[in-house]
Design a protein around this ligand. Structure first.
Ligand code: ZN
Length: 301
């Protein structure tokens, strides 16, 4: 009986009852490149990790300009995570300048990438893999493996967190699927600012159209905008969204020209900041829920 009580106490309090970093085992200092990835790591690591991310919430990771503070942050890290899939074009130079000598883990390394032909005719990966919850589950597996590899002494706690978080992600995936069940696949058509939701669309059978490609650094051509307006009219598309990091102007002009209204805001490449009011996407799970509810509302309009 005493053994059982002690075991339960250990599970609830952490091993030995001491908190991580406060007389207990030291925390692992982890740096992620952007907020969405940071949140996944925070959920897997729990109180065993101290997670910082380079690109702040509400900033655009596609066009981010690193600062000397970012290099200093990396220099102090035990472990660094990137998305990979051609997302963080600015990262290689930053890490070389930082003096960080540890491992860089590519969180998206196990997903099947969508490969496109870039503007210079070379193959590029669509980086936005996290929007498919099944891919986020692969990210979580990679994150857990890397954290345990860095700190085998924290294995039990990390595995415990991982199992709990994977259950939440599996429930989320099933919930998203159920939200779209009432809509015929042929009617699941959505317009957004840039081509960030293909993995989400692939998973839930939604076609996303956008005037800009997979990176926000590209300007849409007049022909692409005209083509999109034509498509919205021809296919009677009602679900039209701006994104939290993009200028409203382009999509508002397209919507006005096509005679439809803009439905709301989707979060593509960043979480909302905790101090935003409202802050509907302050975690990965909240972001997916928010985007799904918004899109469903748009499809009904
Ligand atoms: Zn993007």
């Amino acid at each position: 009986m005493m053994m059982l009580v002690r075991f339960i106490l250990c599970l609830c309090l952490g091993f030995g009852g001491a908190s991580y970093g406060q007389g207990g085992p030291s925390k692992l200092t982890v740096v992620a490149t952007f907020s969405i990835l940071g949140d996944l790591i925070r959920n897997v690591g729990g109180e065993t990790v101290d997670v910082k991310f380079i690109v702040p919430e509400n900033s655009d990771p596609h066009i981010y300009q690193p600062t000397p503070q970012d290099a200093a942050l990396l220099a102090k890290a035990d472990l660094v995570f990137v998305n990979g899939l051609d997302f963080e074009g600015w990262f290689e130079r930053l890490i070389a300048n930082s003096g960080y000598k540890g491992k860089v883990i590519v969180a998206g390394k196990n997903v099947s990438p969508r490969i496109l032909v870039g503007s210079k005719g070379t193959a590029v990966d669509d980086p936005h893999a996290w929007h498919c919850v099944k891919n986020a589950i692969l990210y979580v597996e990679t994150i857990a493996e890397a954290l345990i590899d860095a700190r085998p002494d924290l294995k039990d706690m990390i595995l415990h967190n991982k199992i709990n978080y994977l259950k939440k992600l599996e429930n989320l995936d099933a919930w998203v699927e159920a939200q779209y069940a009432p809509f015929p696949i042929s009617k699941r058509l959505v317009v957004t600012t840039h081509d960030a939701f293909w993995y989400y669309g692939g998973s839930y059978k939604i076609t996303f159209l956008s005037p800009v490609g997979i990176s926000t650094d590209a300007e849409p051509s007049a022909a692409a905008v005209a083509h999109l307006i034509k498509e919205i009219k021809a296919k009677d598309i009602r679900a039209v969204f701006i994104e939290s990091l993009s200028s409203r102007k382009l999509v508002e002009e397209i919507a006005a020209e096509a005679g439809v209204k803009v439905d709301g805001t989707l979060y593509a490449d960043s979480l909302s900041a905790p101090h935003d009011s409202p802050s509907p996407a302050s975690t990965y799970i909240d972001m997916i829920r928010h985007n799904t509810l918004e899109i469903v509302k748009g499809l009904k309009s």
